[in-house]
Design a protein around this ligand. Structure first.
Ligand SMILES: *[C@@H]1O[C@H](CO)[C@@H](O)[C@H](O)[C@H]1NC(C)=O
Length: 204
């Protein structure tokens, strides 16, 4: 699961940044908060929802991103991801892998799909060997990092940027197709940080 590992690295950096950006609350926090809301109550025009937001406002985008995670079209149309989300794949989840040329599970980092319709596309084999399609069940809560956007689309333009930053601390667009190196380096980071897998998305 290459994608999952990269996500793990990125998340760590983001968490670090968020933690360092924390500002201690002042002792007057509650009082200040109440003042803040009473200001809105005194001035109902603040709640005019027909009024367009300011041109450089970004808060709406943050909520839109959270609302779109793991959704098909939102992450296809806006395919350059920018969010890294930690998650747990629960016990009992069924995952699939195609492309096996013999009845053995992969012994190196590899991918699994959440839908058999996805993994079967990669199922190949000669008429003699047939195609092996493996089904796995998660037996321990699996810690993952999820990269939003079309993060499994190996195309130019930035879909891999967040993974690059986790793996290499810089964007390497010239390595967009180098999944082997990417998974190796994401796995290194993941092993150090207790991440079991990386989650990516691509439209099929
Ligand atoms: C929005 O951001 C741009 C780029 O930083 C800036 O030039 C512009 O003045 C901003 N507009 C407003 C209304 O703040």
């Amino acid at each position: 699961m290459r994608s999952v590992m990269r996500v793990a690295v990125w998340l760590f950096l983001v968490v670090e940044q968020v933690l360092t950006a924390q500002i201690p609350l002042s002792p007057d926090y509650h009082e200040e908060s109440l003042d803040f809301y009473s200001h809105f109550e005194r001035d109902p025009r603040q709640w005019d929802l027909d009024e367009p937001h300011a041109v450089n406002t970004t808060g709406n985008l943050v909520f839109e991103t959270a609302n779109s995670l793991l959704q098909h079209w939102a992450n296809t149309r806006y395919r350059i991801g920018h969010t890294i989300v930690p998650g747990i794949v629960p016990v009992g989840t069924i995952l699939y892998h195609g492309a096996l040329s013999s009845p053995h599970i992969p012994t190196v980092p590899d991918w699994v799909a959440v839908e058999p319709e996805h993994s079967m596309i990669f199922c190949s084999g000669t008429a003699e060997t047939g195609c092996w399609h493996a089904t796995f069940a998660v037996t321990r809560p699996m810690k993952v990092l999820y990269f939003d956007g079309s993060s499994a689309a190996k195309i130019a333009g930035g879909t891999m940027d967040t993974q690059d930053l986790v793996a290499w601390s810089e964007m390497r667009p010239e390595w967009v197709g180098d999944e082997e190196q990417r998974i190796q380096d994401l796995c290194k980071w993941g092993l150090k940080n207790g991440v079991n897998g990386l989650v990516r998305f691509v439209l099929f």
